[in-house]
Design a protein around this ligand. Structure first.
Ligand code: SF4
Length: 855
């Protein structure tokens, strides 16, 4: 069974087929000529999460700019697709070319989270690639990994041929070019890997051996001959130079972050002692403000998104925040483009920033106190006190925010009962404050996560609290805040935190346990409703392992499993930070201290002291073509939805169409209020999986367009499977689209194999096998319609073409659905994927035209 021919049949049976259809706007599909290495960028979680990850977008852009490389995307299949592929004996494939994984030269996995590890095995296995590096032969792709979790690669070092430690922009190109050169020279797999190990930042685990250092219960690694003893992470010095992705792939189903994201800074100058990101992404680097603005403008035009986010680990530390936000909002608010900022610290919330981000849309306001008391915040070095938090909450309430998101961690080192009480008191104070400003209780979404002693942090040697104690702490906070109905508490499951800790601080012995858990059914462990700790307990016991070994105190004098990976922050500095934590002593951020003299790191870069020139404000650029008018005009656009595009839900399709309008430079009028929306109305929703030959939507605009030019522009702005047929300006006296649509005509191909099979089975069930198919359909349709008096359904059987046409009125949501009619008459399940919506029936007020009745 070939993949391309049979993919649609598999997709018809999965819950969200839009995850797997590809063809999105800006997706790159390169011609094979001249391509010397095909690279699959694999994200081991679902599409919606992977498509929100900036790292993959950056690599996709850089690799596809290279004339000899072609990069395509692969995401972990949800269990329904996994089952569909396995039962149809089809391989997992890339979205761009539907190429099976084993046909790529290099697979590059993004490791963001330890709880995705079981999905890596699913992806490899379904893609026809051996799950263990040792089992891969000469023809197999090289399986590489990078990303934050690669900073302790040991638990998955049996799986990967090589790891890239640190920033991938330059290093991935070096790897691919070296790979091409070595392969051309005829080098064997083993020599290719040794060649890659010479590239700074590349770790090839097969070149190292394991040993128990004195005083350690955990395995460490040392090189065999020739391999570097330590792997120093790669650091990209200049953010956004020479390139930063503008024409990013626009997801066709809603992603977690559906917007343009500009990484204005990498690294974090704060020194929160529990935080792994601070070491992994250090040093702090910023993008020039002029470049930020240029990237925002170009990326919006290239994608059609209506939201922009400026992103950094600690955006408040971006030295040009206020002027950049002000300049951008001058330009964006008129176009109803909203701006959001990631992880704003309370101290970074100036009045100007708050007012600017409120100009278009108001989303929830986030505060991250982490701990409940000032004392515990000194221990973890979170530069924040209760007063700062309350002032920020007051600012938010004063500017009309009603929803506050609060993030706390429990089980932090030295945590006492009063620290947990502190969380409760702080929430109570915030509610009191909210009531006094808003005159109603504010909504609070409270998130509780568990502290995990992560590698490369000052707390890496500490133990993790056990599951029972963490559970008791969660219950304590829940019970104390249960009287507030406006507080919603989301606590991270303690079992998955424990598993995350095990794999964060694990050694090479965890590889076999991972394989065992996967064989027992572990999938999507980061998803609360999929996580089953019993798979893991059984796996550890099968491997005779005590996972508690990885959760206890570690000896400060010994070699740790990840010590051969260097972030650039010195171990002596981490130890001194641990001592300061116990003494409740703060350390200033890199920006507030004398960065060059602290000697905590060996980075060649220093945190920015001298700001580059400030952002210039520029006049807003007109986006729309057409001639401006002083009153809104109405336009009607007809289009078809065919092929794989039929797997887009109504909501995804409307998002796609709205972005197409923006990409085409069509300025659509918006509603007023806090959440302005494009003034667009749509024909009744099409069921998922159904093709349509002539759909319609109507929009309003203050511009007069030439209809042919508009049609051309729209057709240049849509994905494959969507094609505009015609557009017209709607007369002022014509009623609304929904009043004009009187009915819908559907067709069913009676020659379709599934339809024939269902029909035969139904005739047999009813004891009428000898009645001809057409007579049976005729009789059953009549009987069905007579059984639904008032449904106003009509049908026509085309005996020459063997098509059934069915017309249903556009009455209400509770009217008959075409798939229900077909299921009742033919006994065909999932009938929407076999039907086609032929056209909409239009009429003016009072009319009830029927196309089939006229026939
Ligand atoms: S502010 Fe603290 S927690 Fe956040 S990234 Fe920086 S160091 Fe980590």
């Amino acid at each position: 069974m070939s993949l391309k021919d049979n993919l649609e049949a598999v997709l018809e049976r999965v819950e969200k087929p839009g995850r797997y259809i590809g063809g999105e706007w800006n997706a790159v599909r390169k011609e094979p000529a001249g391509i010397e290495a095909r690279i699959a960028l694999v994200f081991p979680d679902v599409y919606e999460i992977g498509m929100s990850y900036l790292g993959q977008k950056i690599l996709y852009d850089i690799l596809n700019r290279h004339p000899s490389l072609a990069a395509e995307r692969v995401f972990a299949p949800w269990p329904d697709l996994e089952e569909g592929l396995r039962s149809s004996r089809l391989p997992l494939f890339s979205l761009e070319s539907q190429l099976p994984l084993d046909r790529f030269d290099i697979l590059g996995f993004s490791l963001l989270y330890e709880l995705n590890y079981s999905n890596i095995l699913t992806v490899l296995d379904l893609g026809g690639v051996s799950i263990l590096a040792a089992d891969r032969g000469e023809g197999s792709p090289l399986v590489l990994a990078g990303g934050p979790a690669a900073f302790n690669p040991e638990p998955v070092s049996d799986i990967f041929d090589a790891f890239l430690i640190g920033d991938g922009e330059d290093a991935f190109i070096e790897i691919a070019e070296r790979f091409i050169a070595l392969r051309k020279s005829g080098a064997k797999r083993e020599h290719i890997l040794s060649g890659l190990a010479e590239i700074p930042g590349v770790y090839v685990p097969g070149l190292y051996e394991s040993y128990f250092p004195p005083g350690s219960a955990l395995l460490a690694r040392r090189p065999r001959s020739g391999a570097p003893a330590r792997i120093k992470k790669r650091i990209k010095a200049r953010l956004g130079r020479p390139s930063y992705p503008e024409a990013i792939v626009v997801p066709d189903i809603q992603a977690v972050f559906d917007r343009v994201t500009i990484e204005v800074a990498r690294g974090c100058p704060q020194r929160c002692r529990f935080c792994q990101a601070t070491g992994i992404y250090f040093p702090f680097r910023v993008m020039e403000p002029a470049l930020v603005r240029r990237k925002v403008r170009r990326s919006l035009a290239a994608t059609g998104f209506a939201d922009v986010s400026l992103s950094a680990l600690s955006i408040s530390d971006y030295p040009f925040l206020e002027e950049t936000v002000t300049a951008l909002m001058d330009e964006l608010s008129g176009k109803k483009i909203s701006l959001s900022l990631s992880s704003l610290r309370p101290k970074g919330l100036s009045a100007a920033v708050a007012e600017n981000i409120l100009k278009v849309r108001k989303t929830g306001f986030t505060l991250v106190p982490e701990a409940g008391t000032d004392r515990l915040r000194r221990v973890i070095n979170k530069e924040l006190d209760n007063q700062d938090i309350l002032e920020a909450a007051a600012t938010a309430f004063g500017r009309g925010w009603r929803l506050l998101k609060l993030y706390f961690m429990i089980g932090l080192p030295t945590e006492k009962d009063e620290d947990l009480e502190g969380i409760v008191h702080l929430v109570e104070e915030i509610i009191r404050l909210g009531k006094s400003v808003l005159e109603a209780p504010p909504r609070i979404n409270l998130s509780l996560s568990s502290f995990i002693p992560k590698p490369h942090t000052p707390f890496q040697w500490l133990s993790m609290e056990d599951e029972r104690t963490l559970g008791e702490k969660q219950r304590f906070i829940r019970s104390r805040l249960s009287r507030f109905r406006s507080v919603a508490i989301k606590a991270h499951p303690t079992g998955s935190s424990v598993l995350e800790a095990v794999f964060s601080r694990g050694d090479r012995r965890l590889g076999p346990a991972l394989v065992q858990a996967w064989k027992r059914g572990a999938r999507f462990d980061s998803w609360k409703d999929r996580f089953d700790f019993s798979h893991w307990e059984e796996a550890f016991s099968a491997e005779r392992m005590d996972y508690q070994t990885y959760l206890g105190l570690l000896d400060k004098g010994t070699v740790l499993p990840w010590d051969h990976i260097e972030t650039g922050i010195k171990k002596a500095f981490l130890l001194s930070e641990l001592e300061k934590a116990i003494g409740e002593e703060r350390t200033a951020s890199c920006l507030d201290s004398d960065c060059g003299r602290c000697r905590g790191c060996d980075s060649p870069l220093r945190s920015p002291k001298t700001p580059p020139p400030a952002a210039q404000r520029g006049a807003a650029r007109p986006v729309s073509f057409g001639r401006r008018t002083d009153r809104p005009l109405r336009y009607e656009a007809f289009y078809e939805k065919r092929g794989l595009a039929r797997f887009l839900s109504h909501r995804d399709l409307t998002n796609h169409l709205q972005r197409s309008l923006r990409r085409a430079g069509v300025e659509v009028a918006h509603s007023a209020g806090f959440h302005p929306k494009m003034l667009v109305s749509y024909a009744p929703a099409l069921p998922l999986g159904m093709e349509a030959k002539e759909e319609c939507f109507e929009f309003r605009s203050f511009y007069q367009f030439d209809e042919r030019a508009l049609l051309r522009r729209l057709n240049r702005s849509v994905r494959p499977g969507i094609r505009f047929l015609r557009v017209r300006q709607v007369g002022e006296i014509e009623s609304s689209l929904n009043e004009r649509i009187k009915g819908m005509v559907y067709s069913l191909d009676l020659k379709d194999a599934d339809v024939c099979a269902a029909l035969g089975a139904r005739k047999a069930t009813l004891g009428t096998p000898d009645v001809s198919d057409l007579d049976f359909i005729q009789n059953e349709m009549v009987r069905f319609i007579e059984g639904h008096p008032g449904s106003q359904a009509a049908f026509r059987l085309d005996k020459n073409e063997l098509e059934l046409y069915l017309e249903l009125p556009a009455l209400s949501r509770r009217g008959l659905r075409p798939q229900d009619v077909v299921t009742a008459v033919f006994g065909l399940e999932n009938a929407s994927v076999r039907l086609t919506r032929e056209r909409l029936v239009f009429g003016q007020a009072g009319d009830r035209p029927s196309l089939l009745a006229a026939d």
